[in-house]
Write a protein that binds this ligand. Structure first.
Ligand code: SF4
Length: 192
């Protein structure tokens, strides 16, 4: 990715150019999205420059055909995660892996040393206090191995942290809005 690939956002002669942003959470705890909201007052400042066109944080639930910046939280643990990651890659010009789960698998990937059948056995059969029925209806199938986002699609910007602090998210979005390639290593790190 280079700076000219990041932006500029789509503009019309009669409107202020805005960067369109889509976000979603995959296998994570939603803490990275909570950190996004922790930008607080700065969200108001950003509101003049961005449009959140798809996100669990807003009502829009249909991913537009073209989006400037896609932000994915969480890792790829099931078929639905896989589908969403591919859709974001297809429709987003710049794709951001937000948080350690997205960047390296983090907590969800702790099941990787074990066979999926052993994970189910431990979760549903070894604990008699839980419903012993393994759900098969209405839930996406788990994948045998949890993968980070870049394990299934190309990622442009990696933002580690659990979660990345609001200051770091603001910095990265501001850089992208300004048409620059952000350097997340300057503002966040794994486990921060
Ligand atoms: Fe939650 Fe941390 Fe994973 Fe973000 S990186 S989804 S805060 S566990």
């Amino acid at each position: 990715m280079n700076a000219t690939e990041v932006m500029p956002p789509q503009a019309t002669p009669t409107s202020t150019p805005r960067v369109t942003i889509a976000t979603t959470w995959l296998d994570g705890c939603s803490g990275c999205h909570m950190s996004f909201l922790d930008m607080d007052q700065r969200l108001v400042d950003l509101a003049d420059k961005i449009d959140i066109v798809y996100s669990p944080l807003v009502d829009a639930k249909s991913l537009p055909e073209q989006v400037d910046v896609g932000i994915l939280e969480g890792s790829i643990s099931n078929e639905e995660d896989l589908h969403k990651a591919k859709e974001f890659r297809k429709h987003c010009k710049v794709l951001i892996s937000l948080g350690d789960c997205a960047v390296n698998g983090n907590v969800p990937a702790m099941r990787n040393p074990f066979k999926l059948s052993d994970v189910f056995e431990r979760a549903y059969h070894d604990n008699v206090d839980l419903n012993p029925q393994i759900p098969t209806q209405g839930v996406p199938s788990l994948l045998p191995v949890v993968r980070p986002i870049h394990g299934v699609v190309d990622v442009d910007v990696f933002v580690p942290g659990c979660p990345p602090q609001a200051d770091a998210i603001f910095h990265i979005l501001s850089e992208l809005i300004a048409g620059r390639v952000p350097d997340p290593s300057a503002v966040t790190r794994f486990g921060a």
